[in-house]
Design a protein around this ligand. Structure first.
Ligand code: HAM
Length: 417
């Protein structure tokens, strides 16, 4: 037998309603916030991710599924959704008409990570990217979209925020961090040596205990912001407070991708036994469009891991309502298949959710089956019923049975289902 690949999951029929709910919540959010859906290919040129996500990121360094295709091109399965959306925004001139352009997607992502609970090699993200606006309103609206999404599943995570500042603030702060760790570099992990050269900010979120200890007393970004950035960050915090959104300022939050500038955030729940506590994350990336060849365009967005969220719901015992009952089971005991097939077709055409005897079961086992699939009513049709032009209907909840004219069945079901 050939088994599934490590770190990947089948979506089994028993769980499909959860994914349908995810999509229906996305559609509802699209309607409320006037977002438009976008889908980009699962694979792109490797260069796109190297230039977007950054060659100091773990994703680019260690986790990409990269291969050479038959034409000798270096191809990568998308490790995250943002880079492809930005590529498409530029390539299709989506910013040429009216701004902002507010996009969303549900996309598979591929990362060669060590699989564990909540960490997969193939996962899916609900992502939002808002192009063209750099304002308090766009920052807050983007965060509210994520909260609305979680709320639809009965979750209220907390939000951790940090502010990476403008290019000037970031450059100065990187130097401060380098200065701070310089004398300890020999004790730090090999990854941090690389980060020291490529993106010293990422030293702040190193998971190695020694590196963590070294950076514990590092200068805080928020204390080294220029006036404009400092005011902006204060305004964001004030607005969150006035919206009753509990936030935590996490001075070490830098996010794992190099494209972020300005505001970054993560949605977390600390009391969860997930191993991974980030249910989602995002931030502003105002330089990426330009650095990939587009017109300078500020953007803010986030990604929410769907599998991680579903696992979280399971661990917390939060149910997603699932109406998997059907309206009518048509039980038949006749050779007149034409009659039955036409009747079933007519019920479906009227909008009923209908099942019928596809397995040549006996009358008795059809009733058992109808019970198992949670049919609300069974319409039973045998030779007698056909000859009398009548049908028997059983209400499966009450056990009540009636025999009525065939022409009245639809009306009866409409009133009682
Ligand atoms: P990210 O933080 O790398 O950001 O991923 C977003 C979310 O995807 C995570 O918080 C987590 O819920 C989920 N996730 C990530 N990796 C895995 C994994 N291996 N297994 C299961 N779930 C995972 C991004 O990808 C950015 N593109 C988000 C963004 C959009 N920023 C701006 N716009």
């Amino acid at each position: 037998m050939i088994n599934i690949q490590k770190g990947t999951k089948d979506m089994l029929p028993k769980d499909s309603y959860k994914w349908q709910k995810v999509r229906s919540v996305m559609w509802e959010i699209m309607r409320k916030y006037n977002l438009k859906e976008i889908a980009t290919p699962v694979f792109e040129s490797t260069e796109l991710f190297v230039r977007s996500d950054g060659d100091s990121s773990d994703i680019v360094n260690k986790e990409m599924y990269t291969f050479e295709d038959k034409g000798g091109r270096s191809i990568t399965l998308k490790p995250e959704g943002t880079a492809g959306v930005v590529r498409s925004f530029i390539e299709n001139g989506l910013g040429n008409e009216i701004l902002p352009v507010k996009l969303c997607y549900i996309s598979p992502c591929y990362r060669y990570e060590k699989p564990q609970a909540g960490r997969l090699r193939e996962h899916h993200q609900f992502g939002v990217e808002v192009f063209g606006a750099n304002s308090l309103a766009s920052d807050i609206e983007t965060i509210l979209i994520a909260f609305d999404f979680y709320k639809a599943f009965g979750i209220e995570p907390s939000i951790h925020i940090n502010f990476l500042g403008c290019d000037d603030c970031k450059a100065k702060y990187k130097e401060l961090i380098k200065e701070f760790v310089r004398d300890h570099l020999d004790k730090m992990c090999p990854d941090c040596h690389k980060r020291y050269e490529q993106n010293p900010l990422r030293i702040l979120d190193c998971k190695s205990p020694i590196c963590k200890e070294i950076v514990a007393g590092a200068p805080k970004m928020s204390e080294h912001l220029c006036d404009k950035c400092s005011t902006k960050f204060t305004d964001i915090k004030k607005m969150l407070t006035s919206l009753n959104i509990k936030y935590e300022h996490d001075v070490k939050l830098v996010r794992g991708l190099d494209y972020y500038t300005d505001l970054v955030f993560e949605f977390v729940d600390n009391d969860v036994t997930l191993g991974q506590n980030a249910l989602g994350g995002g931030g502003r990336y105002d330089n990426l469009v330009e650095s990939l060849g587009g017109k300078p365009t500020p953007v803010i967005g986030f990604g929410i891991g769907i599998e991680r969220m579903l696992l979280y719901l399971e661990n917390k015992g939060i149910d997603i309502p699932n109406d998997d009952s059907i309206d009518v089971y048509v039980a038949s005991n006749t050779d007149n298949e034409h009659y039955i097939i036409k009747f079933v077709k007519s019920l479906r055409a009227k909008g009923f959710r209908v099942e019928s005897n596809l397995m040549d079961r006996s009358f008795k086992s059809q009733f058992k089956y109808a019970d198992k699939i949670k049919a609300k009513f069974v319409v039973a049709i045998g030779e007698d019923e056909i000859n009398e032009n009548k049908m028997s209907i059983k209400n499966m909840a009450t056990g009540e049975q009636v025999k009525i004219w065939s022409n009245d069945v639809e009306e009866y079901l409409r009133k009682n289902v």
